[in-house]
Structure formats: C-alpha cells, structure tokens
Design a protein around this ligand. Structure first.
Ligand code: UT7
Length: 322
C-alpha cells in the first residue's frame, strides 16, 4: 500500500506588497531584491485573517481537485511556523473551519520544512491503512512575525497556504521521504519569542522579528541541499535524468538554481514561484506544486523531487510519482 496525491490546492491572500512598495518604507531597491532573491512581490494576510483561514481555502481547493469532500477527510496535519494560537493547534482549528469532527488533526512546527515533514507523517498513516483521505497542509502568516523595519529580512517573507489530499494507492505515489534536523544551527535563523522562552519579553513589548544570519544560512542551505539530492537519488536508485520536475522550497532563486545545477536540470524543469510570493516557509512547496499542476506543467505519472531547508535547521526531500 502506498499513498498518492489525489489533488492539490493553494491560496494567497489578496493584499499584494511589491518591491516598489518596500522601497518606500525601508532602505532597499527592487533591483537588489530581485537580483539577490528573485522575489518581486509577496502577499500579506488581511487584518483578522489567520493561518487556519488561509489553510481552509487551500484545503477546499485541494479536495475539489481530488473530487472528494470534507466528509471524506479522516486525517489532518498542518506544517506551520505561525500557528493561529498556541492552542488549540492549527490543525484542529482548520478542522473546525472545514466542519469536520473527530478525525485526528494536528500541527507540527519544523519551519520551512513543515510541509515535507507533514507529508512524510501522513504518508505513513495512509500506508498503514489508518487514513484514507489525509489533508496535508503548509500554511503561514509570516508577516505577523516580520520586523517591517529590518530590510535584511522584511523583503524576504510572505503569507500563503498550500495543501494536498493523500489517498491510498496500490502504486506510489509518495515513493520516499527523507527528513533531517540539526539544532546546533538554532541561532542562525529564529524567532526569539515563544511561550516557555521569551513570552515575558513579548508581554513587555519586545519587537524583534524573524532573525537570520542570511549569508551563513545561504551557504549551509546550498551545501545541505546538495547532499540531500545525492542522498535521495542514491537511496531510491534514481538517476538525475529520471526526475521530471524539481519542486523546491521557494526561499531564494539562487539557492533553487544551485539545486537545479546539482541535478544537471535546466531551469525550465524547475517550478519557481518565489517571484510571486517570496518565502512562505511551510506553504512554499505546496504553493509551487499547485501552481504547476493547475497550469498543466506537472502531469499524472511524472516523477517529482521536492526539497526543503529551514530554521532549526530542518531539511528534507520527498520523491513523488504524481
Ligand atoms: O527559508 C529558510 C532558509 N532561508 C534562506 O534560505 C535564506 C538564505 N539567505 C539568503 O537568501 C541571502 O543570504 C539573503 C537574500 C538574505 C541576502 O543575500 P546575500 O547575498 O547573502 O547578501 P548579504 O546578507 O551578504 O548582504 C549583502 C549586502 C550587505 O551590505 P554590505 O555589508 O555589503 O554593505 C547588506 O547590508 O546587502 C545589504 N542588504 C541589502 N541591501 C539592500 C541586506 N539586505 C538588503 C536589502 N536591500 N533589503
């Protein structure tokens, strides 16, 4: 028994913030942002719009694409760095929005790797026969934890959500996932306030946003993703040329290009959406996937390599026969 992606969906909030808009608020230029990152605009959640709301839109679209309904759903997992609340968890809040009751619903927080981690978990449940229709979601409201006065980070991030529906299949489907994590890098990319650490500072009015040693993260990301590509190919006995599409985490076009180089892949075999929404962390892979499925580039039967890297550090890949 395997799991397969029966449908994809995504959602970007209506409000768009362009590089030109940011030129007016911080010391930056459209040219710098585009050449260093590939980003042209990002979408920002409206007042009162939460991560679970973005996720709801993406899930309804994914279910429609799969020809299934909320009544079919029996498992929900959301990767997010920006939950609506500490608790109830965002998976359960999403479940309530969808009008589903009783099935397991939870969120996991592995930063940008959230979707690949969630996919890996849901895949196991479907394979074991314990879930028949799993919603796997990556959703973020990163704009809420961004310091909009810090030009080094505020140009990078955006809000959005993506989802897939996983159903059982006699053939893969999800061929394999490979997950990694190393907390020694915790100080290179983080948000400083949580509950048991930093809540007092937040209550006292602290204002620090997402904090990143960008250049160090960049170098480790390129190195790590290169190793991850090697590992994924070797463990699955796959040659580079067998991969039809690279569906990478959308953080920086230059990081995406280095992964494509590693695979000897021309950029027209790589799904790039970073220009449209910036780094949406856990939402970025399912956003890119859904875009390319809907515009007809990704077709049934093709082999996809998803790879991601983010705060923690956490990183991982998924090899998927679509
Ligand atoms: O999703 C999780 C993983 N995250 C990532 O993968 C992000 C990894 N890092 C990156 O994408 C890149 O490091 C950045 C896009 C964040 C930065 O690009 P960079 O080529 O590494 O630039 P840098 O940080 O070395 O900065 C170069 C210069 C600096 O000026 P000086 O010191 O050379 O005078 C910065 O102060 O660019 C300056 N700079 C800016 N200039 C205009 C930094 N941010 C900006 C800005 N506009 N927004």
């Amino acid at each position: 028994m395997y799991s397969r992606i029966a449908g994809t969906g995504s959602y970007l909030p209506e409000r768009v913030l362009t590089n030109a808009d940011l030129e007016k608020t911080v010391d930056t230029t459209d040219e710098w942002i585009r050449t260093r990152t590939g980003i042209e605009r990002r979408h920002i959640a409206g007042d009162g719009e939460t991560t679970s709301m973005l996720a709801e839109h993406a899930c309804r679209r994914a279910l429609r694409a799969a020809g299934l309904t909320v009544e079919d759903v029996d498992f929900i997992v959301v990767g997010t760095t920006t939950p609506d609340r500490v608790f109830p968890n965002t998976g359960t809040l999403l479940q309530e929005r969808l009008g589903i009751h009783n099935c397991p619903a939870f969120a996991l927080e592995t930063a940008c790797s959230g979707f690949v981690y969630a996919l890996s978990v849901a895949d196991k449940y479907v394979r074991l026969g314990e879930a028949k229709c799993a919603l796997v979601v990556g959703a973020e409201c990163l704009s809420r934890i961004t310091d909009w006065t810090d030009r080094a980070t505020c140009v990078l991030f955006g809000d959005g959500a993506g989802a897939v529906v996983l159903t059982p299949s006699v053939e893969p489907g999800v061929v394999a996932t490979h997950l990694h994590s190393d907390g020694r890098y915790k100080d290179l990319l983080y948000f400083p306030y949580g509950v048991s650490d930093g809540f007092d500072k937040l209550k006292a009015g602290a204002k620090q946003g997402i904090t990143m040693q960008g250049n160090d993260v960049f170098k480790v990301a390129v190195r790590t993703l290169s190793r991850l590509v090697d590992e994924t190919l070797a463990k699955n006995g796959i040659e580079k040329h067998q991969i039809d599409w690279l569906v990478p985490h959308q953080a920086n076009l230059r990081i995406i290009q280095s992964a494509a180089d590693k695979l000897d892949m021309p950029m027209d075999k790589v799904i790039v959406t970073v220009h449209e929404h910036g780094n949406t962390s856990a939402a970025s892979i399912p956003l890119a996937l859904d875009t390319a499925v809907r515009d007809g580039r990704i077709r049934r039967g093709q082999l996809l390599l998803m790879e991601t890297f983010g705060g923690g550090f956490t990183w991982g890949s998924a090899l998927v026969r679509f």
